[in-house]
Design a protein around this ligand. Structure first.
Ligand code: PEP
Ligand code: MG
Length: 556
């Protein structure tokens, strides 16, 4: 038995055999054909038939949209003109792998030239070629492995499409050697409630079939576990299943201190599922997600319809809507300047809105109209609006005045820039509430681009420097009697959620899938204990030490 360590996502435990994600194939060699061309052509035909059959089978199992895509891939693999291209290259002396590689590329370019649907599908040809070459080589096809038996997937990292398409009936958990707590893999794993450990040194030494216990709460992967470890894991899995099935109650600490548990949403369509999972309202509605890809600003009417649908789903509840946060990772053609060297430090968030006041006016007008329309047809929703990327008191006052003049009643700001946190008291004295965006607050405190893999290790909201800024905001909230929420990824980390409450945070907003874990963890601690854990994290020198200090002092 041995143990590997990484950053856990969620609280779950999973036990199962490892299956490694196959590495991308090395390109085929240029070595000339050995042996008879006819035998080579036959071997390719057999590989093509097997791959097509496999794709059709996977389509049957997946159903829905995936079925249509996979069937189209199978048809492409069997296309006679493509087979002719391969055969021609083999007769000209190419080895089978090289012939497949080059012929598929030629065919891809031809389809692309035709435009329309065929051009769109042509991108899939690369994947089909890789599968055929893998079969010729006798190695597993690249990508997520297929298996009828449940397994724990081990990979360097996963592409977002891989994580989004994982079959949760067979993938029990994820272990990756790369990635940090806010990497795509971690965010998607959290959103899909897949237990994961990311950034595990030594993960790639795990072998297919080796049994492991993955403990996301502890951030450990136990390899070849003994019976006692397996028994403990089985008890934890049972407890967690009971916890997931527990009645959905409002968020509270063990002593009854209320901590509202809210949802982060990007479209009104996500509302029903969030309510089902016990969201007490919406803590962050990312409005820019509605308009990504739009060339021109949305009209007031178009926006009113969307906001109305959202508010109707949360009648009688709080709904915090963020004004368009354009720029950096979320460019909007009608707001974002074209060429900035450092877009994260450029004209984004409120800065971009101030440069296009008409867009902000239309958005706030639409929000006010939607609120009024919903109120006229039944119980109103409690609409709060906030601005992203606010730098200081002056910008806070500007936004509060602007929104107030348009008739919005509850106006606040996001705390994402350290300069705003450093002016906490004055900021909270000038607006109704603050919501801390820990993703950006961490990026700007640590001066590390949150999109850049090479500096991903800095993007850790457990860093005591980030926690100190949060404490300043929490204390200012208590002094002014105004709410201070968190809506960044940090709120979805159950242990960190307790620390945040200990720092003075009054509500937590997260991807709905994380609500049950955070609810259960909060219920284990009273406020004094949350404050002790917060003090332990603040006193630590590094993010890792803060996490370790809280894990060590975890039992209430
Ligand atoms: C944040 O920065 O923490 C946040 C919630 O906003 P976004 O992730 O959309 O930038
Ligand atoms: Mg942000």
């Amino acid at each position: 038995m041995s143990e590997l360590h990484g950053i856990g996502v969620g609280r779950a435990v999973a036990v199962g055999p490892v299956l490694r994600m196959a590495e991308p194939l090395a390109p085929p060699s240029d070595a000339p054909l050995e042996g008879s061309p006819d035998a080579a052509i036959e071997s390719v035909a057999a590989a093509v038939a097997a791959v097509a059959e496999d794709l059709e089978l996977r389509g049957e199992v997946a159903g829905g949209e995936a079925k249509a895509v996979l069937e189209a891939q199978a048809l492409m693999a069997k296309d006679p003109s493509l087979q002719d291209l391969v055969a021609g290259r083999i007769r000209d002396g190419a080895n089978p792998e090289r012939a497949v590689f080059d012929a598929f590329e030629e065919f891809r370019q031809m389809l692309e030239g035709l435009g329309g649907y065929l051009a769109e599908r042509s991108a899939d040809l690369g994947d089909v070629a890789q599968r055929i070459i893998a079969r010729l080589r006798g190695v597993p096809a690249p990508g997520v492995p297929t298996s009828d038996e449940p397994f724990i997937l081990v990979a360097t990292d996963l592409a977002p499409a891989d994580t989004a398409l994982l079959d949760l009936d067979v993938v029990l958990g994820l272990v990756t050697s790369e990635g940090g707590p806010t990497s795509h893999t971690a965010i998607l794993a959290r959103a899909r409630a897949i237990p994961a450990i990311v950034g595990v040194a030594g993960a790639l030494e795990l072998r297919d079939g080796q049994r492991v216990v993955l403990d996301a709460a502890a951030g450990t992967v136990t390899v070849d576990p003994d019976q006692q470890t397996l028994d403990t894991a089985a008890i934890r899995i049972k407890e967690l299943a009971e916890r997931a099935a527990a009645p959905v109650t409002p968020g509270a600490l063990a002593d009854g201190t209320k901590v509202a548990l809210l949802a982060n949403l990007g479209t009104p369509a996500e509302a029903a599922a969030a309510v089902e999972l016990g969201a007490e309202g919406v803590g962050l509605f990312r409005t820019e997600f509605l308009f990504l890809g739009h060339e021109t600003a949305p009209t007031v009417a178009e926006q009113t319809a969307q906001y109305r649908a959202l508010l109707e789903a949360f009648r009688g509840k709080k709904v915090v809507v963020r004004c368009l946060d354009a720029g950096a990772d979320k460019p909007l053609a009608f707001l974002t300047p074209d060429a900035e060297e450092n877009p994260a430090l450029g004209l984004r968030g409120l800065r971009a809105l101030r440069a296009h006041e008409e867009v902000l006016r239309d958005q706030l007008t639409a929000l006010r109209d939607a609120e009024a329309e919903v109120a006229r047809s039944g119980e109103p929703a409690d609409l709060w609006v906030m601005a992203p990327m606010v730098a200081d008191v002056a910008e806070t006052e500007w936004f509060v005045d602007f929104a107030g003049e348009l008739g919005l009643a509850t106006v606040g700001v996001m705390a994402e820039v350290p300069s705003l946190a450093l002016q906490s008291e004055q900021v909270l004295a000038s607006c109704a509430f603050v919501s801390i965006g820990t993703n950006d607050l961490t990026q700007y405190t640590m001066a590390a681009d949150r999109l850049l893999g090479s500096v991903a290790s800095y993007q850790d909201p457990w860093h005591p420097a980030v926690l100190r800024l949060i404490r300043m905001l929490g204390e200012a909230g208590a002094a002014t009697g105004r709410p201070v929420g968190v809506c960044g990824e940090a709120a979805a980390d159950p242990q960190l959620a307790v620390v945040l409450v200990g720092l003075g945070v009054t509500s937590l907003s997260m991807t709905p899938a994380a609500l049950a874990d955070v609810r259960a963890e909060l219920a284990l601690h009273d406020l004094d204990h949350a404050r002790e854990l917060a003090a332990a994290a603040l006193a630590a020198p590094t993010a890792e030490a803060a996490r370790a200090a809280v894990t060590a002092a975890h039992v209430p």
